[in-house]
Design a protein around this ligand. Structure first.
Ligand code: HSE
Length: 304
């Protein structure tokens, strides 16, 4: 039997739309072992009642990809999923499912596939690499396509606390992608290039005060914020409470703030959202430098 921990991820870090993602220190868990039945799937934790227990299960779909790639048929398997990453909130739940299935199946079969091949398969299943890359590899990852190949670079992990504010309502990526325009003004694109340059430099040089502008986005937040009551007020109040930078996590509705110390920022975000009748769960976490691959034999947080 194998057991894999897969970190939550925050994609679109600030202005890094579809390009920059960060792994976070809370995890889903995927266990894979033999079963006398053709297929057994147990699901526990966040959104368990919404997850299918048959061959449509996304973790199982990813497992079959690995088996098929190696010319094998998945048979007599027991899959146990313990979910901490909430569904459809912008924290990489589908990436965690895909990466969990791929890494677990690969480990079950003796690790024949290298990590680049797992990344390729994960990106094929998810459609874009910005969540699956940090879920698989850990840390802050810049990723993108070079024709049909996925290229990536890992950045130094920032020494910050991450405040994650999760509104109670779900937002499907497909819906919040539909709201984006086909074109934006040239001046906004220029501003975004400027901001993402500050983001990357702030991480590399550990000059986190530059995240005040380095986490600003002009590509997707102006549109997606319409689906998140109070978004810009929350950003403003969190910055006033000392956050280095604040942004939408993935396609939302979760908001993340990077801070030296998160507690006051988390309290202010919760209160600011409440003014707009949005209830949130606040998680205080940190960037996770280990991805699912490194966490496979980890004996720390989590039950594996
Ligand atoms: N880059 C993706 C988006 C992340 O914003 O649509 C969410 O899956």
């Amino acid at each position: 039997m194998v057991c894999v921990l897969i970190p939550a991820t925050s994609a679109n870090l600030g202005p890094g739309f579809d390009a920059v993602g960060m792994a976070l220190s809370f995890y889903n868990e995927v266990s894979l072992g033999p079963s006398p039945k053709e297929l057994e799937i147990e699901v526990f934790g966040d959104g368990a009642e919404l997850i299918s227990r048959d061959k449509n299960n996304l973790v199982y779909v990813a497992i079959t990809k690995v088996f098929e790639k190696l010319g094998k048929t998945p048979r007599n398997l027991k899959l146990t999923l313990k979910n901490r990453v909430p569904l459809a909130r912008g924290l990489g739940s589908s990436a965690a499912a895909i990466v969990g299935g791929l890494v677990a199946a690969n480990a079950y079969l003796g690790n024949p596939l290298p990590s680049d091949e797992l990344l390729r398969l994960a990106t094929e299943l998810e459609g874009h690499p910005d969540n699956v890359a940090p879920a698989l590899l850990g840390g802050v990852v810049i990723s993108g396509f070079d024709r049909d190949k996925v290229k990536y670079l890992k950045l130094p992990v920032p020494e910050v606390e991450v405040v994650v504010a999760i509104p109670r309502f779900q937002l499907k990526t497909a819906d919040s992608r539909q709201i984006l325009p086909a074109e934006i003004p040239f001046s906004r694109a220029v501003l975004n290039v400027n901001r993402v340059s500050f983001l990357i430099a702030a991480f590399c040089l550990k000059k986190y005060e530059y995240l005040q502008i380095g986490m600003e986005d002009y590509l997707h937040q102006p549109y997606r914020s319409q689906l998140i009551p109070g978004f810009y007020q929350v950003v403003e109040e969190a910055k006033n409470a000392g956050a280095y930078g604040v942004a939408l996590s993935g396609s939302g509705p979760t908001v993340i703030a990077l801070a030296k110390e998160g507690e006051a920022v988390g309290r202010v975000i919760k209160e600011a959202f409440l003014k707009f009748n949005v209830e949130t769960e606040i998680i205080y976490t940190r960037p996770e430098n280990r991805g699912a691959i490194d966490l496979i034999n980890y004996k720390g947080e989590g039950d594996c």
